[in-house]
Design a protein around this ligand. Sequence first.
Ligand code: HEC
Ligand code: HEC
Length: 215
Amino acid sequence: MDRTSLLAALSLSALVAGAPAAMAQGAGKPDLARAKQIAETVCAACHGADGNSATAVNPNIAGQGAEYISRQLQHFKAGIRVNPIMQGMAAPLTDAEVVALGIYFAQQKGKPLAAKDPTLVATAQTLYRAGDAASGLPACSACHSPNGAGIPRNYPRLSGQHADYTLAQLKAFRAGERGNDKDGKDVQGRVMAAVAQRMTDAQMKALADYAAGLR
Ligand code: HEC
Ligand code: HEC
């Protein structure tokens, strides 16, 4: 995919973006009290009850987009996104709980993080804002927004995310372990997998550290 077709893929994802919203409506009023209960009794062990995880392998989900969270839970349930721990966690959730959990965690306040390696900031900032013409890497800001907050529905927040988790996901996308389901249902994942193909290890490392501290 060249840069233009990557950006054209954006409008493709916009087309499927209506699905979770329609699901939320079909499920009636989201039961946020139920979501809070699940969050405090189940998710808290790894993500924190308010979605702020103390451990870098477990992503922060506080303040992440509601539809994005729900989509990931559905993908874990369906085996479209593969992770033994999260597939087990998502399996018993009903569609209504998946929607409510997305809204609940989106409403929690994320704790800001800072970039740890000052020597990587200049390189990362250029890549984040302008991409890399030599490899056809598009600017991250085009899809994840200039301040890393993401764009609701399709594009997740990167700011405030543990760098180790972000780096692991970039590698998983590049290796075809995420965004590469055999039925091609993961439209958004495919877009990000195409982006990750164009990234070197050094660029991934710099961007993961930098994106954590964006605000
Ligand atoms: C035993 C630890 C554990 C528990 C309990 C757990 N998770 Fe997770 N969760 C993880 C790990 C580890 C990942 C990262 C998976 C990966 O690398 O793909 C993750 C990923 C996620 C993601 C994807 C985040 C992203 O940015 O893409 C969501 C959403 C999520 N979990 C929600 C939940 C919810 C909701 C619950 C409670 C029902 C829960 N998790 C319970 C460990 C856990
Ligand atoms: C053309 C749009 C687009 C561009 C450009 C883009 N991304 Fe993404 N990115 C996405 C989409 C869509 C997803 C959500 C995939 C999904 O739903 O599984 C995503 C997901 C991610 C994730 C996973 C987040 C999580 O919580 O698991 C990371 C990390 C990421 N992108 C980093 C980057 C970086 C760094 C750049 C710049 C090199 C970048 N992205 C450029 C569209 C884009």
